[in-house]
Each structure stands twice: as C-alpha cells, then as structure tokens.
Write a protein that binds this ligand. Structure first.
Ligand code: UDP
Length: 332
C-alpha cells in the first residue's frame, strides 16, 4: 500500500537517499527541510517539498493534515562531532529540542509511527566489538548525547501514547546512489571517504590519517562503512515493520558487521582510481575509539534486512561517481 511519509531533512545526505528509496518502493515522500545544510536540488522532483523548520509546529501540523501523513522519517539534525563539542547547545537544540517539538506535533496530528536517525555515537567507546544494541550507551560527545536523549524521549512517548518508533543507530555511512541521482554533498565535510574522493579528484592535496597507534591490525582506526542506499532501504523495511505491528518499537544497529581501517579505505580509493593518494600521518583525533563495528544480527533477523552493496570498492566507486557529478553541479 502506498504510504505518505514525511521526511525531515530530505534535502540532506541520508534523507535524499531515503526519498529515492521510498519512491522506488512505491511510497509518496513529502519533504520538510530548512535548507541550512541541505540542497533543494538534492530532493527528487517526485517528492513534495516544504521549506521550513521541524520546530514550526503550525507548519508541520498543516503538512500532516494536507498530506495525510502516515509516518515520519526524521533525519533533520546536525551531525559534526567536533562542532558539537564546541557548540553543545546547538546540538541540544537541533537534535534534542527540535525532535521533542516534532514528536509532540506528530502526537498532536495523530501520526503514529516515527523512524529516527540515531547513531553509533550513542555507545561512546564500546567495551567490546562488535557492539550490540543492549550494550551500555555512554556517549563521549554532545552529538551522541543529543541523539541518545531523543531515543529516550521516543521510548517514553511510545509507552504513553498510541505511537511506535524505530531508532536506527547508523555506523559510518558512505557512498552514493548507484544511479548517481544524489550523494554526499555537504560543504566542508569531515568524513574519511568523502575527503578521500575529494583528494582523488584533486580538490585536496592530501588526506590526513588521524592516529597510527591504535590497537588495530595496522594501527589506524577501524569503522563499519555502510552504503547509504542499504541504509535507506533499512528505513523502508522499518516503516513496514512499524505499521505491521504498532505495539512494537525497535532500536537497531545499522552496519555491515565488519570494518575497514583508515589505510584500507585509502587503499581502496587508490585501487579504484588507479592512483596513489598522498597521505599525511598525524596524531589521534580527540574522542575516536580504536574500532567501531556493528553487530547487525538484530536488524537482519527482525526485519529480514539484506544489504546489497556490502563491498568497499563499490562504495568507493559510487562515492567517486557522485563527487564527479557534484563538481558539475557546484561548478567547482
Ligand atoms: N579519519 C582520518 N582522516 C580524516 C577523517 C577521518 O584518518 O580526514 C579517520 C578517523 O580518525 C576515524 C575514521 O577515519 O578513525 C572515520 O572517521 P569519520 O570522521 O569518517 O567518521 P566517524 O567514525 O568519526 O563518525
């Protein structure tokens, strides 16, 4: 059945992929985005677009009524960890307070399902790897805490109201739509693969490797890189699960269950481009754990989620293809 889904942050990196996944699955996405970090052109033409803020409850209530919204996919928020350390109140506003407002408006408007973009940063520095959903959540930065606080609100609201939710804890999201319709376009990105493909295309001189003395095989940090389109498809499956069983809520890791080191990621870029990135070796970045890899058994078993792009070279290829297109779009 065709559902009307309000996608907050639908002009952003992951939200714009979710819009495509919804369209591809036969649903109808309606986007709300304030375009502070997102781009109007990133939203597929098939989606209905409202420019505005999720904390504008009059606007959100109007959209819920006008568009007969069945569920909300909530991506809107701020995502830069070091910035959250510098400016925590921005994160507690954008990620926590504005989520509180959105949840309140959802309840008021009779929307009974929400899928929430959470993060592996809620775990902090996990005691063991792979990390499981029932392990302790001890965020080590305001970003992770701002998302964990929203998870807690959702839990309590689901207990009190006719409402269920799925919090998806993302690991390292990377890559771009295989058909190159959208991709990672954030200005001044800090994420490893984005920086590496920018360097591969000559937009940067070199790539910094932060820390070479971690307790990993080659001494560089290990992360669980997940293709953004697999992440988007997890949201569509979560939506169906929430509607099929309205009594049940979920908090689930979203990753591949295995990781790559910084060096392995840079080597993959070299392999795909048949060049050699210039690496500069630097000290550790504050707050980085050695290894962050998901246990993804829960989402696979509960939702039957099966990744389609669990292949580092393919992720790099898609990221590169998008970065080339972005050069044309931005005219840089
Ligand atoms: N990293 C790096 N150089 C960079 C950016 C990141 O060596 O320019 C490392 C970082 O220390 C971590 C991994 O790459 O071990 C992934 O970092 P990213 O910022 O992409 O994601 P995070 O894991 O912090 O969410």
């Amino acid at each position: 059945k065709k559902r009307n889904i309000l996608v907050t942050g639908g002009a952003g990196y992951i939200g714009s992929h979710a819009v495509l996944a919804l369209i591809d699955a036969g649903h109808r996405p309606i986007v709300i985005d304030n375009l502070v970090t997102g781009f109007r052109w990133a939203i597929d033409d098939e989606a209905t677009f409202y420019e505005g803020d999720i904390s504008d409850s009059d606007l959100v209530l109007k959209i819920i009524g006008e568009q007969a919204i069945d569920a909300i996919m909530h991506f809107a928020g701020s995502v830069v960890v070091p910035e959250s350390v510098e400016n925590p109140l921005k994160y507690y506003d954008n990620n926590t307070a504005k989520s509180r407002s959105l949840i309140e408006t959802a309840i008021a408007g009779g929307v009974r399902h929400m899928i929430f973009s959470s993060t592996a940063a809620t775990y902090g520095i996990p005691k063991s790897s792979p990390v499981c959903e029932d392990m302790p959540t001890m965020p080590i930065n305001p970003y992770g805490m701002s998302k964990l606080m929203t998870e807690m609100m959702l839990r309590d609201v689901a207990a009190a109201h006719d409402f269920n939710y799925c919090a998806l804890r993302y690991f390292n999201v990377a890559g771009a739509d295989p058909l190159c319709r959208t991709g990672q376009s954030t200005i001044g990105a800090t994420h490893l693969l984005k920086i590496a493909v920018e360097a591969a295309l000559g937009k940067r001189a070199s790539v910094s490797v932060f820390g070479t003395d971690y307790a990993t095989e080659d001494g560089t940090g290990v992360r669980d890189y997940i293709h953004v389109s697999d992440l988007a498809s997890a949201h569509v499956i979560a939506l169906e699960a929430l509607m099929a069983d309205p009594e049940r809520s979920h908090t689930l890791n979203c990753g591949y269950g295995h990781g790559y080191s910084v060096m392995q990621v840079l080597d993959a870029v070299d392999r795909v481009t048949n060049t050699k990135l210039h690496r500069t070796f630097e000290g550790r970045r504050a707050g980085d754990p050695d290894t962050l890899v998901s246990d993804n058994i829960a989402i696979k078993q509960r939702f039957g989620w099966e990744p389609r792009y669990d292949n580092l070279d393919l992720i790099v290829q898609h990221a590169l293809a998008w970065e080339r297109r972005l050069t044309d779009i931005q005219g840089t």
